[in-house]
Design a protein around this ligand. Structure first.
Ligand SMILES: [Zn+2]
Length: 418
């Protein structure tokens, strides 16, 4: 079987034929070059209107990078024609394998983009002997195409989250779809202001916003107000993930303060290096960790009391009935208020202030993917960390949509190269 026949199957080029194939040695290794020419008698297609038109002249030969084969870089070589179009004037022809300006074939663009989902952009570039910029452009193209062609109808549950990015105190607002059967990143905005969240509803449009039934968020005030303004009819729930995040922050604050006061009193600060011990769920602890925890518990420190209250608090999420959950919550906040542990008291006050949104969680829990935000948050964190080449917000945005957006791909990709 000739290479041309294989190419015709994996990458058909109607109106064109594959010609000579050359193996050319280069400094970076051997390189395959495949000539492409118009089929005899086939007229060129105008890139302006898509109609077959009379030829005008030809330009200089160009190279279009194709999917690598057996570790070799592959190029399609083609001399582009210009057409004389009565409607568009003298314009360059349309090609089935690439857009006129790009030095990459569609096949190679989507090939790189799909690898960039598995590897970092740097690794992808190295693997396929191309540049970081080429990988970025491929991913950017895939994301743009996906955003233009995705379907945003029928969204019923959304969740909003924030991600600290780059330096400290720089945030991104991320909006997810949290429906059973369809979870994906829908929107990214800079900062975590009301304006950032508003931009999501502007993008979605009024009709689709009206169809939203559940909005899950944290207690960030700017977001709370936006939900009220834009989604008044939806059930607003506090995300379990965010509640536990806040709880963990309270525990950690208690621990740090206590370490400081133990040191000040000249006592052994035996709470250092126990942070993860106290933040982990007890069922996930290893044997040795359990032993250390038991030791700690006997010491009757404030941190340990806070930890025990946290463990007790976990029970909340197991309640199926709203009435029992409410009763439990009242008992628990009362205990926390009596604990004389300031960070925990603040936490309890916050819970009281948001009791309706907390109760709503129990009403809505089966209607949406209540646990999904945590997974998304982890994946978003890994994505921004993995692509250490992020220089700008734009890079981070493209990478996040690519990794979490569940974006569609063109149905006309005739062959999956990877
Ligand atoms: Zn035209």
């Amino acid at each position: 079987m000739r290479l041309q026949s294989i190419l015709r199957q994996v990458q058909p080029v109607p109106g064109f034929v594959y010609g000579r194939v050359d193996l050319r040695p280069t400094r970076a290794g051997p390189q395959l070059e495949v000539q492409v020419r118009p089929r005899a008698g086939a007229r060129a297609i105008c890139s302006g209107c898509g109609k077959k038109r009379r030829g005008y002249d030809t330009l200089r030969p160009r190279r279009f990078e194709f999917v690598p084969l057996w570790g070799m870089v592959v190029f399609l070589l083609y001399t582009m024609r210009r057409v004389d179009c009565p409607r568009c004037g003298v314009v360059v022809e349309m090609l089935p394998w690439a857009t006129g300006k790009s030095p990459m074939t569609h096949a190679y663009t989507w090939f790189l983009a799909s690898w960039a989902k598995l590897l970092s952009w740097q690794e992808t570039a190295r693997r396929f002997r191309t540049s970081w910029d080429a990988v970025f452009r491929a991913v950017e193209h895939a994301v743009q195409w996906g955003l233009e062609h995705r379907n945003l109808d029928g969204i019923q549950s959304i969740g909003v989250d924030e991600l600290s990015w780059k330096k400290r105190h720089k945030y991104l607002t991320l909006v997810y779809q949290l429906d059973h059967g369809c979870r994906r990143l829908l929107h990214i905005a800079q900062d975590r202001r009301a304006r950032s969240f508003h931009s999501f509803f502007d993008m979605l449009g009024e009709e689709r916003t009206k169809a939203i039934r559940v909005v899950a968020s944290d207690m960030w005030k700017a977001f709370l107000n936006v939900v009220r303004a834009r989604c008044g009819g939806a059930l607003h729930v506090l995300d379990r993930f965010h509640v536990m995040q806040l709880m963990n922050k309270a525990i950690d604050k208690t621990r740090r303060e206590e370490v400081r006061s133990l040191r000040a009193a000249g006592r052994r600060p035996y709470l250092t290096k126990t942070r993860w011990l106290l933040l982990k769920r007890s069922k996930n602890l290893k044997r040795t960790e359990r032993g250390r925890l038991r030791e700690l518990v006997q010491s009757n420190l404030r941190t340990v009391r806070a930890y025990l209250l946290k463990e007790q608090f976990q029970k909340l999420w197991r309640y199926r009935s709203l009435a029992s959950a409410t009763r439990f919550l009242e008992d628990w906040t009362r205990q926390a208020m009596r604990s004389r542990i300031e960070p925990l008291k603040t936490f309890a006050r916050t819970l009281r202030k948001h009791r309706y949104e907390l109760q709503s969680w129990f009403m809505a829990r089966s209607a949406f993917a209540a646990g999904a935000t945590e997974g998304f948050n982890n994946k978003a964190r890994i994505t921004t960390k993995k692509a250490y080449g992020f220089r700008t917000y734009k890079h981070a945005e493209i990478a996040l949509y690519h990794a979490l957006g569940n974006l569609p791909e063109p149905p006309w990709l005739t062959h999956r190269f990877c």
